[in-house]
Write a protein that binds this ligand. Structure first.
Ligand code: PLP
Length: 362
C-alpha cells in the first residue's frame, strides 16, 4: 500500500530524488567519488552559511549527535532540554559517561537564553547541546539569542541540532558562532534516511584532537583528514550522496529565498486552517516550528481513528503525537517538497477525515 507521509520525518521523497539514487556504484576512493564529494561542498557550505568543512556521515543524525559529544566534551556538557530529542541527548551524554547537566524546560516551551546564561555562569562547562527545532513538540527556540549567550563563554563548544529546520530557514553558522552544526537527510532535505551532515569549526576540531576516547567512526580528526582528500573515513552511503546532489540542484533551481518563503507560507496555511477547526497550538505562541505544526488535541479527537481514515481513504498519514504526547497532540509536516497544491489537497483530506472521526472521552 502506498501513502504519502505528512509526519515530521521521514518525509515524502520525490521521484527525481529516488531516480538519482539508482545510479551505478563508484569506488569510494575513486576520482569519481572525489569529484562528487567536492562538487557538493561549496553549496553545502553556502546552505550552512559557513567556511568550515561539511562532513558526510553515514549514519542517522544520532550518530553525529552522539559522536560530537565524544569528540568535544572533556569536562562537562550542558544539555538544553525542551522535548523528546533534547531530553534524549542528555541521556546519550550519560551513556557516553560524560559529565552532563540537564537544563529542563516544559515540552513545547522554548529554551530560555537567560537560564542558559545562569547555568553556564556556574562554571565547569566546556560544551552545550541545543536542538534548534524540537520536532517532538513543534517548538523552535530563538537560536540567535541563545548563541549570543553561549558566545559569552569562550570555553563552551556549541553543538546545535538543526535536523528538522536545516534548509527551511537561514541558519547562519559562522555568524552565530555555532561550532558544530548537525543535520540529517530525512527531514527538510526530503531525502531517504541514513545520511547526516555536520559542519565543524576549527575550535571544535582542535578540541577533538585533544579529547580521549573519541572512537573511530565519528572521529572529527578522521573526518577532516579524509575531507582534505575529498573523501569520507569509511565507505559512505553513495546512493544518498547522489540523492543529496540532486536535491542541491533542486534547491538551486528554486532559489534559497523562495525555499524559505515557501516553508513559512505553507506552515502558516496549515496553522490557520487547523486553528479554524477549533484546535489550539501546542508550543508556546511565537515559538512554533516553521517545518511542522504541533496542535493540542483540544477537540478530543480519536487520533488513531483519524489517521486510519487518512491512510485508507486518502493515502496519507499525519503524526498522532510523539512519546508522552501521543493522543494529546498531532503534528503535520510542511517540510521538504510540499507546495500550495499538495498542502491544500492534504488539508481537504484532513477535513473530510475529521468530519467522520469520533471523539474520545477527554
Ligand atoms: C528526527 C530528529 C532527530 C533524530 O534523527 P535520526 O535520524 O533518527 O537519528 C534528532 N533531532 C531532531 C530535532 C529530529 O527531528
Amino acid at each position: 500500500m502506498s501513502y504519502k507521509l505528512f509526519i515530521p520525518g521521514p518525509i515524502a521523497v520525490s521521484e527525481k530524488t529516488l531516480r538519482a539514487m539508482a545510479q551505478p556504484m563508484i569506488g569510494h576512493r575513486s576520482t569519481d567519488f572525489v569529484a562528487l564529494y567536492q562538487s557538493i561542498q561549496p553549496q553545502l557550505q553556502e546552505l550552512m552559511y559557513t567556511k568550515d568543512p561539511v562532513y558526510l556521515s553515514t549514519s542517522s543524525a544520532w550518530g553525529a549527535m552522539e559522536g560530537t559529544l565524544r569528540n568535544v566534551v572533556q569536562k562537562k556538557v550542558l544539555n538544553c532540554m525542551n522535548g523528546a530529542f533534547s531530553d534524549k541527548w542528555f541521556n546519550v551524554a550519560q551513556r557516553d559517561a560524560k559529565q552532563a547537566t540537564a537544563l529542563k524546560f516544559e515540552w513545547g516551551q522554548p529554551v530560555d537564553p537567560d537560564a542558559v546564561r545562569r547555568e553556564l555562569a556556574r562554571g565547569g562547562y566546556d560544551a552545550l547541546t541545543l536542538i534548534h527545532n524540537e520536532t517532538s513538540c513543534g517548538c523552535m527556540s530563538d537560536l540567535a539569542a541563545i548563541m549570543k549567550v553561549v558566545r559569552e563563554f569562550p570555553d563552551v563548544i556549541s553543538i546545535v541540532d538543526t535536523v528538522s529546520s536545516f534548509s527551511a530557514l537561514p541558519i547562519k553558522k559562522d555568524e552565530l558562532g555555532i561550532d558544530v552544526l548537525i543535520t540529517g537527510s530525512q527531514k527538510a532535505l526530503a531525502l531517504p534516511p541514513g545520511l547526516s551532515l555536520l559542519s565543524v569549526s576549527k575550535r571544535a576540531l582542535d578540541r577533538a584532537a585533544k579529547t580521549e576516547g573519541r572512537g573511530y567512526y565519528f572521529d572529527f580528526v578522521e573526518f577532516q583528514k579524509n575531507h582534505e582528500a575529498g573523501m569520507t573515513p569509511s565507505t559512505p552511503v553513495i546512493p544518498l550522496i547522489y540523492a543529496l546532489k540532486s536535491k542541491l540542484e533542486d534547491i538551486k533551481a528554486e532559489g534559497i529565498e523562495n525555499r524559505y518563503a515557501r516553508h513559512a507560507r505553507l506552515n502558516q496555511t496549515v496553522r490557520e486552517h487547523v486553528f479554524a477547526k477549533g484546535f489550539k497550538f501546542f508550543p508556546k505562541e511565537g515559538y512554533g516550528s516553521v517545518t511542522l505544526n504541533c496542535f493540542a488535541n483540544t477537540q478530543n479527537i480519536d487520533l488513531p481513528a483519524l489517521n486510519k481514515t487518512l491512510k485508507t481513504k486518502h493515502q496519507l498519514v499525519i503524526d498522532g503525537g510523539y512519546g508522552k504526547l501521543k493522543g494529546k497532540t498531532f503534528r503535520i509536516s510542511n517540510m521538504g517538497d510540499e507546495t500550495d497544491a499538495t498542502i491544500a489537497a492534504m488539508l481537504k483530506s484532513f477535513d473530510s477525515a475529521l468530519a467522520e472521526t469520533p471523539k474520545v472521552a477527554g
